[in-house]
Unconditional design. Structure first.
Length: 100
């Protein structure tokens, strides 16, 4: 049985999603740290570093959402995927707004 063009696109998209999930997981474990909370505990004063905490929170939330998107795509629940994609975009917007 020959592979159709859409099957090739789906396979390429699966590889891309898996790559992003893997890279996100590495970033979370090696780089995400609560700089604002640590600064407050060490010096007893709040700082702009809480913006970094929120950015890492939004990134982690988006990475976990990507795992859910992958699972929903396997179940062919494409409408739900679109809702979650919007959630990822809203995380980005909130992060940008908070950091400004």
């Amino acid at each position: 049985m020959e592979k159709t063009y859409s099957q090739e696109i789906i396979k390429a998209a699966d590889k891309l999603i898996n790559k992003y999930i893997f890279q996100s997981d590495k970033f979370i474990w090696y780089a995400c740290f609560q700089y604002g909370e640590a600064h407050t505990r060490m010096l007893g004063e709040k700082s702009i570093r809480y913006a970094y905490d929120f950015e890492y929170f939004a990134f982690t939330k988006s990475a976990k959402t990507l795992i859910s998107i992958r699972n929903l795509l396997k179940l062919n629940h494409n409408e739900d995927v679109l809702i979650l994609l919007r959630s990822v975009f809203e995380n980005y917007l909130a992060s940008r707004y908070f950091s400004e």
